[in-house]
Design a protein around this ligand. Structure first.
Ligand SMILES: Nc1nc2c(ncn2[C@@H]2O[C@H](COP(=O)(O)OP(=O)(O)OP(=O)(O)O)[C@@H](O)[C@H]2O)c(=O)[nH]1
Length: 849
């Protein structure tokens, strides 16, 4: 039995041993000296007696104490004495522990107290010493304790189990008193399923915070099912929970796992244009993993390759991800942002007219007449190369004209030109009638849903036949109003000016019907109809204002170009301060040359303009890269094929964006399966030294300049490096030259020419040599070493060459028609009488496109 000495009790209580001894004697305990021992129970009573001054009632304890404890006999002195020395040790060891426990909250103390009454095995009883000491500070919690114990009576057995466990814990880790919660959790860790019901209640009481945490996680889990975008966060959160060590129970661990597995279905936000390594980064996978999956899907990709939408979807499925594609363009769409703001004020604006038609039908002349200037004469080659815009007045009303060129190479530009157009004038020469480009022009206007007015030109000419034009146009669905159709036809002469006024009136009438309106009171929106790099001015853009007012000093964005409108020049070449709706103007101050058709918007500050332009540039760059680097198996095989293709690498430099695009578009068409033009670089502006360097670096590259010429040093460098620079001022010439170049690169066409035929009359087998055919030449001549086919019953049975040709045992070079000869066919001995041998030549011819 556990014993404790009087002096030990005294030292624990901080009293003199003698005093404690006296008190013990007063209580009637059988003690003689300070070395005398008492049982734990007695020691407890003694302590309480000393502390409270009254002897301890033991009845209530008896009611709680399990049966086994009750019959506990009064200590048998000898036995106790015998065991005493052994039992002292644990007391001493436990002493510091006891001190710590003094700080423990009430509940803990109660629990510890309960231990005394439980069916404690001997090993645990040892620790009673520790409990006794504690008593010095808690005589008062008795009542509470009683109530608690009464409540717990029904489940004494399991309580006992729990207490044991707690006691064990206490031994293992004398946790600081503050860590009550922590202690509870540790108990939970040991819990087995049998004691779940009992502890669950306690857990809720003791760990309210944790429950809350759990609830949160659970709630979030629920939410994530609805809103997948939060799944990643949840997974991270659960990770944090784990890290903080709040969750230790099995139950909680289970929860955690669930959260993790759900967390794997991540929502990954990616831009539309994403490279393999970027995707891997966003998806939290290794690049190798992504490439491997792609490979398994039959796609050869490198980490820098871009992924298309479909591939991203497949990858997402493979990796169990949910992909949200960010529409980057949406952010960059400053035009939509502009259009989204409704105009609260509108006023009439002039119509913008595009003149279209076949080459030489008089577009420029007509516009020239209208403007009373001589534009046509100034143009190189007599072709209108650029888009220009001009404004005229008729009876105080303004009309803006865009002069689109007629050459088919400008199709692209024309298509863009229509963007700014309200009405299209289709010019048809009365002496020439409807031509391919007339049809093209009509289709452009139709596609753009633009009203058309037909100007039947050259009416002054004696062979003019306007009625023929009308009927031809009617066949295209452009029926004149006088024939019951909806199109106005005006007979004009750009030479005499006849009908021009009527044409302008018709335009104004049409415009009136269209009720063209704009809001000049807001920031400008304009369309670029022409752009170029001008000496001394830098990039310039000819625009037509579509809405708002463009002012000098405005910060503008125009696709990848941006800047400040440093100056605005009108169609007469004058500097102006503003441009209102439908007015054309040349804007100076952009950082780059914007392409025709681009929309220019005035924004609030330089920063906004720059932001839009830079983001746009990045987007374009990525898109461009995406085109060149994306490789699938299919494309790979295509690339292999193309490796055998002959390419003509060219660098194109042109004076304007419009011409550049026209040239590029036309060159693109100049290809067949074998050869193609590979534009390795193109740009607006002069041919530079870096262009020459680039051409030098690329095998066989040539530089094509349109309306630009190399300067001295560039010329010199090209000469040094042997780089060809060709310059042109007429597009046809450029295209013709390229055509010729490409033709030279084509594989020669191999043509066959039959040179003669011979009939086999008899055959001779010459040992070790083979079969010799005795023949009669029936047509042309047979030449030694000529290619030859053996034809049997009209079918070619062998194709080889004549290896030996003899006449009367003499080797001869050729045998003509009507003569007999002996011949051998290379590697062929199965020749028979009646076979025909046809000798032929292969002739190589240069191919043309
Ligand atoms: N007699 C006569 N000649 C005209 C008339 N209009 C144009 N021409 C002549 O036709 C030729 C072509 O005229 P352009 O104005 O250059 O024709 P275009 O359609 O602008 O030609 P491209 O710019 O090459 O597409 C010129 O020689 C003009 O002088 C006209 O009404 N009457």
């Amino acid at each position: 039995m556990d014993k404790v000495r009087i002096h030990e009790i005294a030292s624990e209580l901080g009293l003199k041993s003698k005093d404690v001894l006296d008190k013990a004697k007063e209580m009637g305990l059988k003690v003689r000296g300070v070395q005398s021992t008492v049982t734990f129970e007695e020691a407890e009573k003694l302590t309480e007696y000393i502390m409270s001054g009254a002897p301890v009632q033991s009845e209530e304890k008896a009611s709680v104490t399990p049966q086994k404890e009750q019959p506990k006999p009064k200590p048998q002195p000898q036995e106790e004495k015998a065991k005493a020395p052994k039992e002292e040790k644990p007391q001493e060891v436990a002493a510091p522990e006891a001190k710590e426990e003094e700080n423990k909250p009430k509940k803990q103390k109660e629990e510890t107290e309960e231990k005394k009454e439980s069916l404690t095995p001997p090993s645990l009883k040892k620790r009673r010493g520790l409990v006794i000491v504690k008593k010095k500070r808690k005589p008062e919690p008795k009542v509470e304790e009683e109530q608690k114990e009464q409540k717990k009576e029904q489940s004494q057995e399991s309580e006992g189990l729990e207490l044991k466990r707690k006691a064990k814990k206490a031994k293992k880790a004398p946790a600081p008193a503050k860590k009550q919660e922590g202690k509870k959790i540790e108990i939970l860790e040991d819990r087995d399923l049998s004691d779940v019901s009992l502890e669950l209640e306690e857990e809720v009481v003791v760990l309210p915070d944790f429950s809350e945490e759990l609830n949160k996680v659970e709630e979030e889990q629920k939410q994530t099912k609805k809103t997948p975008s939060k799944q990643v966060k949840v997974a991270r959160k659960s990770f944090n929970v784990e890290q903080t060590g709040i969750s230790r129970s099995k139950k909680k661990k289970r929860k955690k796992k669930e959260t993790k597995s759900e967390g794997e279905v991540k929502v990954v936000e990616i831009p539309e244009e994403v490279r393999v390594y970027e995707f891997a980064e966003k998806a939290g996978k290794s690049v190798a993993d992504v490439i491997k999956v792609l490979f398994n899907l039959g796609m050869m990709a490198t980490k820098n390759d871009f992924l298309d939408k479909e591939t991203i979807e497949i990858l997402a499925e493979e990796f169990g991800l949910e992909i949200k594609v960010k529409d980057v363009l949406e952010e960059l769409d400053y035009v939509s942002a502009y259009d989204a703001i409704e105009d609260d004020y509108l006023e009439e604006r002039p119509p913008v007219i595009t003149i279209m038609g076949h080459v030489d039908h008089g577009k420029t002349s007509l516009l020239d007449f209208i403007r009373h200037s001589k534009i046509a004469e100034r143009e190189a080659g007599g072709i209108t190369q650029h888009i220009g815009a001009y404004m005229i007045q008729k009876d105080g009303k303004k009309i803006t004209f865009i002069d689109t060129p007629g050459h088919e190479a400008f199709t692209e530009m024309r298509a863009r030109g229509t963007q700014a157009t309200d009405i299209a004038i289709i010019v048809v020469a009365a002496d020439d009638g409807v031509k391919p480009q007339t049809v093209e022009a009509v289709n452009h206007a139709k596609n753009a849903d633009i009203p058309m007015i037909v100007a039947v030109n050259k009416i002054d000419k004696p062979d003019a036949n306007p009625d023929l034009v009308k009927s031809q146009m009617a066949e295209l669905g452009i029926t004149p109003s006088e024939w019951g159709g909806e199109y106005e036809f005006v007979n004009v002469s750009a030479k005499t000016g006849e009908g021009v006024d009527e044409l302008l009136d018709t335009i104004l009438l049409q415009a009136e019907l269209m009720e063209l309106k704009a809001n000049p009171k807001r920031e400008a929106k304009a369309v670029v109809i022409e752009s170029s790099l001008e000496k001394g001015r830098g990039p310039v853009a000819t625009v037509i204002v579509k809405n708002g007012t463009l002012k000098v000093g405005d910060h503008v964005v125009c696709g990848v170009a941006y800047g400040r409108a440093r100056a605005i020049i009108d169609d007469m070449g004058k500097m102006v301060k503003t441009r209102t709706p439908s007015e054309p103007g040349m804007v100076v101050g952009l950082d780059k040359v914007p392409p025709a058709g681009e929309i220019m918007i005035a924004v609030k500050d330089a920063e906004t303009a720059r932001m839009y332009a830079e983001r746009r540039a990045e987007y374009e760059r990525q898109k461009e890269l995406s085109k060149t680097t994306k490789v699938t198996l299919e494309e790979l095989s295509q690339l292999v094929k193309e490796g055998q293709l002959k390419k003509l690498p060219v660098i194109i430099k042109a004076d304007t964006q419009g011409s550049l695009e026209a040239i590029k578009g036309s060159l693109d068409k100049l290809k067949n399966e074998e050869v193609k033009v590979d534009v390795i670089h193109s740009g607006v502006g002069a041919i530079s030294e870096s262009d020459v360097t680039l051409a030098d670096a690329s095998e066989n590259a040539v530089i094509l300049g349109f309306n630009v010429r190399p300067t001295g040093s560039v010329k010199e460098k090209a000469k040094q490096l042997g780089v060809t620079i060709k310059t042109y001022s007429i597009i046809y010439d450029l295209l013709d030259d390229v055509k010729a170049l490409l033709s030279g690169m084509l594989s020669p066409v191999i043509r066959e020419e039959s040179i003669g035929q011979a009939e086999v009359r008899e055959t001779f087998n010459v040992p070790k040599v083979g079969t010799v055919a005795g023949c009669m030449v029936t047509d042309g001549i047979i030449e030694r070493n000529a290619k030859a086919r053996v034809i049997r019953d009209g079918v070619v049975i062998y194709d080889s060459k004549i290896s030996s040709l003899k006449r009367f045992k003499e080797d001869v070079k050729e045998v003509s028609k009507g003569y007999e000869c002996g011949m051998m066919i290379e590697n062929f001995n199965d020749i028979k009488p009646g076979d025909v041998i046809e000798a032929y030549k292969e002739i190589e011819e240069a191919a043309t496109l």
